[in-house]
Design a protein. Structure first.
Length: 321
């Protein structure tokens, strides 16, 4: 939006709610499917499939992000990425975003400008925009995003369709965001690639629809960690899942970082969340979409194992634990 330097020192209490909304939304391009964008009581999107996929995530300062670790621009991108990942995990394509922003009155306008630039940059990678939302005063900065999507005539890929005999496959990175969080927690700011994975995840956009087209029987994204999210599939589908660690692999870069920190890179890969990779199951013998690699199998029974044995330790992130 390019506010001038005299505006950079302003706080949002000086600009006001409607002035802030205008700064976040004006001059931005909307997708062709947006019949009515920001500025009215509600937005209007076309829904060519006749169904709308919807998902909401809330990011709270001090819990999901810290401005001493990430720039507002990076936080904006992350907020959108974690939401679009959920749409991806249903096998849908995103169509629009609704944004709720709660922040203290003394929040600098420049911070919100930068945050908004990040929100829009990530959204427009997929040709969509912010179609509406709300802004309120709060004691802490909180971002709530609702992502909307379209199935394009396909059935949604849920967590409950896995069957014994299916193969388990993953698209995207595992363990990188957890490694970045560990690095930042020790007071370091490098390696840049690892730290950057925590600041801005890189969901495998497009892999979800590809999995749906390729016959995926179930799918979930790695918000909480590989084992925890495989647990969601196992529970919803009434099956057991075993991960083959030899197929999974541990990237050399993560091994190097873990060695420097005295940590376990394998643990990051198995349990680290926020990479927003996709885990899907496919019928045995069916060709996997190009984005996916096989890492395990669906079995009779319950629970998740690694190389046939229960994993020792927490399986991933849980709120309030």
């Amino acid at each position: 939006m390019g506010p001038d330097s005299s505006q950079d020192a302003q706080t949002i209490s000086q600009v006001g709610e409607f002035g802030l909304i205008d700064r976040v939304t004006s001059g931005r391009a909307q997708s062709p499917g947006t019949a009515l964008g920001p500025g009215d009581d509600a937005a209007v999107l076309s829904a060519p499939d006749g169904r709308v996929v919807a998902s909401t995530d809330v990011l709270v300062e001090g819990v999901h992000f810290r401005f001493d670790w990430s720039t507002p621009h990076q936080v904006g991108r992350k907020a959108v990425a974690v939401n679009l990942s959920d749409i991806n995990a249903m096998g849908a394509v995103p169509t629009g975003l609704l944004v709720g922003l709660a922040c203290p009155p003394d929040t600098p306008v420049a911070l919100v400008d930068e945050l908004a630039d990040g929100l829009w940059e990530e959204a427009q990678q997929l040709g969509i925009g912010l179609i509406g939302g709300d802004m309120v005063s709060s004691s802490s900065l909180t971002i709530s995003i609702t992502a909307l999507g379209d199935l394009q005539g396909r059935a949604p890929v849920t967590r409950s369709g896995a069957r014994p005999g299916d193969v388990v496959a993953v698209a995207g990175r595992l363990g990188w965001a957890a490694a970045g969080l560990a690095v930042l927690g020790r007071g370091f700011r490098s390696p840049v690639a690892v730290v950057g994975a925590h600041r801005v995840p890189e969901p495998p956009y497009g892999a979800g629809p590809a999995a749906a087209t390729g016959g995926a029987t179930s799918m979930v994204d790695t918000s909480d960690g590989l084992l925890a999210d495989l647990g969601h599939i196992a529970e919803a589908s009434g099956v057991a899942v075993d991960v083959d660690s030899a197929r999974l692999g541990v990237p050399q870069r993560l091994t190097e970082v873990a060695s420097a920190l005295g940590s376990d890179a394998r643990h990051w890969v198995l349990t680290g969340g926020e990479d927003q990779a996709l885990i899907a199951t496919f019928p045995a013998g069916s060709p996997l979409p190009a984005e996916f690699r096989e890492i395990g199998a669906v079995l009779e029974g319950t629970g998740v194992t690694v190389d046939g044995s229960p994993y020792q330790g927490p399986a991933g992130w849980e709120h309030w634990r």
